[in-house]
Design a protein around this ligand. Sequence first.
Ligand code: FE2
Length: 304
Amino acid sequence: MVKHYSNSDVEKWRNDGAVIIEGLFSPKEIQSVHKDIDKVFGYKKGGFPIIKNDGNPLTIEEQFLNFENIPFDCSPALNLIGVHPQLISLARDTLSTSDVRLYQSQAWAKFSGETNFEQTFHCDYGNHTLTVPSKKITQNSITFLMYFSDVTEEHGPAHYVTRTDSAKIDKISEKFIDNSSDVSLQKLLAPYEKTTAGIAGTVFAYGIDIFHRATNITKPGAYRFAVTSCFKKGKNDTIGYTAWPFHQQKPWNIIFENATPDQLSCFGVPMPGDPFWDNDTIRLANLRYPAWDMAEYKMKRKLK
Ligand SMILES: [Fe+2]
């Protein structure tokens, strides 16, 4: 596979904890995912923006009104974009491992007028680990925030501060743990604020220790279609978010019928040749997902 990202993108993520990459997906893939998100949430339409300038913006439930994990009853495009081969490869390169797990993938649609989307700076580790981010960054995880509609400053792009910049502020991480609602910390971060605004297909890759915040959609009738996808190293029990089997009622057959073994392994499905796959497990798994092509799993089992 030809990588659509460079070594310097990987280095940038490792050093800065944040990098913006364009060109990972083809225009057709971007269009298909846009169409799927439109099918899932697009019965809604953007209204008149709600803009509040009084006091510090808050992270509130309404900002996550249309934020739901895969799979969806739509084409494979949205269901598999989170495990796109380019993302798997990037996750492996950044986390320095060949074995990665997907622990979150959500479609996220925002429409102007639903709420004031403006947030204060925060890090995501709060709901990705019960402890704290490690300085050994490959022990943490990588999050991809991917836009599937054009996002200008009026469409609520995420804003962020690189690790290199936040390190210039004395003990900012410690101060945040101590009192995250201290408004003075927001003022210290503000001068370093960068935007993720970009055309459909733009990917913002960041770590759980990176300060970032949502901004408001200020354009009337506008929307922002995004997908999140988070990877960690296999066997890393310190990181979590979604337990995939908990969502068993969702249309998993779409994923099993269209994913490669490599993509399925990101969800925790053992690879062909893994000792898990014996005649019994293959037969029963094929009963559970009758249209899943298990040829490779059967072939590797027979070779053993
Ligand atoms: Fe966040």
